[in-house]
Design a protein around this ligand. Structure first.
Ligand SMILES: [Zn+2]
Length: 292
């Protein structure tokens, strides 16, 4: 199955919903970062959220950044998305390996720990919109649910799942977001509250070969669901040498001069996709001149 995101409305517009299947793009991310399962799951969950939240934005140039910083061994996860559901992301420590939870699940919460979730929406205005909340469990879906409720005042149900196979490849990935729009009636709220406990786990639904359409229909069928959009989603890194130069400049003039004086080529990797960029000593010299 190709990766895609769907958008839907229900209850005459009182509810909006998104669902995605992202197995291929999460597998691509895993290969870029050579991540172990718990880091693959953390990154995959945030990438799935990014693809759905990406299409919530309307402008062609709009950009979304989801940033998790935690005191657990993973350290942090960063994902960016655009309004066409093109996503990229990385985990600070992809090689983290911690014991499974009692029920045999990957312990993403422990790997992330306590910390903060920051969401930056660059909608082409003077200042980007920045929202920040504390992490609730570090499991990401719960943290986003809390973020939507407290920072954006949008009551939401967020479910994200990544299933990693024995050979560490990604078997399934995806999720859904269901949101109540302002003015949603009690009957609508009741209908959703009744249905959510019947949703076992999104990972299990995906593993039973349920499509995003089937998952949302299962939850919202009593509310007259209408699927309004289907968008392909993919891992896409738009890095180039100029952007990597900025990273090199950000280390500071003294360090940069040190590199220049070593008179050796410097290789830098893109954090998002691992692509290598080489800088010759004379290029570093040019950067030193221009960076002042
Ligand atoms: Zn890149």
């Amino acid at each position: 199955m190709k990766d895609y995101v769907i958008r839907a409305v229900a209850a005459g517009g009182e509810v909006r919903a998104f669902a995605c299947t992202t197995r291929n793009l999460v597998e691509e991310a895993r290969l870029h970062h050579d991540s172990l399962p718990v880091a693959t799951a953390a990154l995959g969950r945030l990438l799935s959220a990014g693809s759905m939240m990406g299409i919530m934005m309307k402008g062609e140039e709009d950009k979304l950044t989801l940033q998790i910083k935690g005191d657990g061994p993973i350290g942090g996860v960063v994902v960016t998305a655009d309004s066409k559901a093109r996503v990229k992301g990385y985990v600070l420590n992809p090689e983290v390996d911690i014991p499974l939870k009692a029920e045999g699940k990957l312990d993403v919460g422990k790997a992330i720990g306590n910390g903060e979730l920051t969401i930056i929406r660059d909608l082409g205005l003077k200042e980007p919109y920045v929202g920040r909340t504390s992490l609730i469990t570090g499991e990401i879906a719960e943290d986003l649910t809390y973020y939507f409720a407290s920072s954006e005042q949008v009551p939401s149900v967020v479910a994200l799942g990544v299933l990693v196979d024995r050979d560490y490849s990604v078997r399934r990935a995806g999720g859904f977001i269901i949101q109540l729009m302002p003015g949603a009636g009690d009957e609508t709220i009741d209908a959703i509250e009744k249905k959510i406990p019947m949703v076992t786990s999104v990972t299990q639904m995906l593993d039973e070969d349920m499509t995003p359409e089937e998952i949302l229909t299962f939850i919202l069928e009593d509310l007259g669901i209408e699927i309004t959009d289907k968008v392909e989603t993919s891992f896409l890194c738009d890095c180039n040498k100029e952007r990597v130069e900025q990273v090199l400049l950000s280390i500071g003039e003294k360090e940069l001069r040190g590199l220049y004086e070593e008179a050796k080529p410097v290789e830098l990797c893109c954090q998002f996709c691992g692509k290598k960029y080489e800088f010759m000593p004379e290029e570093i010299g040019e950067l030193l001149k221009s960076g002042k």
